[in-house]
Design a protein. Structure first.
Length: 116
C-alpha cells in the first residue's frame, strides 16, 4: 500500500491483494521502518457513513464504510474520497505505470486503463 501525504490530504493507493484483503477481511495495514521507529498506516472497514482518518502516536488509521467496499475488488470503481475537518482523504486502486520504472514491482497492480 502506498500513502501520499501533502498538506491536508492523505492519498492511499492499494494493490489488488490489498483491495481484496480490505473487502474480504475488513482491514489492510502497512509499516514503514525509520531506524528504531516506525510509521503504521492502514484502512479499516466500519459501519460508519463516511471516510474518516485519525493519527495517534505513530499510526494513521483510515476508516471506510463497509457499504462502499461491497464488490470493490471486482468492479470498475477506482476509489472513494471525502473531506472531513479540512482533511481530504482519497482511497484508490493502484494502476501500473504507463512506462515501466526501474526497481518498481507492478505485478500486483491493476492494469492501467490506457493499456487495455
Amino acid at each position: 500500500m502506498k500513502i501520499r501525504i501533502k498538506d491536508n490530504s492523505v492519498r492511499y493507493r492499494l494493490s489488488q491483494n490489498e483491495v481484496t484483503n480490505l473487502v474480504k477481511n475488513g482491514k489492510t495495514w502497512s509499516t514503514c521502518q525509520f531506524g528504531t521507529g516506525e510509521l503504521k498506516y492502514g484502512i479499516l472497514a466500519t459501519d460508519g457513513k463516511e471516510l474518516s482518518c485519525s493519527f495517534d502516536g505513530n499510526t494513521i488509521t483510515t476508516r471506510v464504510p463497509k457499504s462502499l467496499l461491497v464488490n470493490w475488488d471486482t468492479d470498475e470503481r477506482v476509489g472513494f474520497n471525502h473531506t472531513v475537518d479540512d482533511l481530504y482523504i482519497l482511497l484508490e486502486k493502484d494502476w501500473q505505470c504507463l512506462k515501466p520504472r526501474e526497481h518498481e514491482d507492478e505485478n500486483n497492480l491493476y492494469q492501467h486503463p490506457a493499456n487495455k
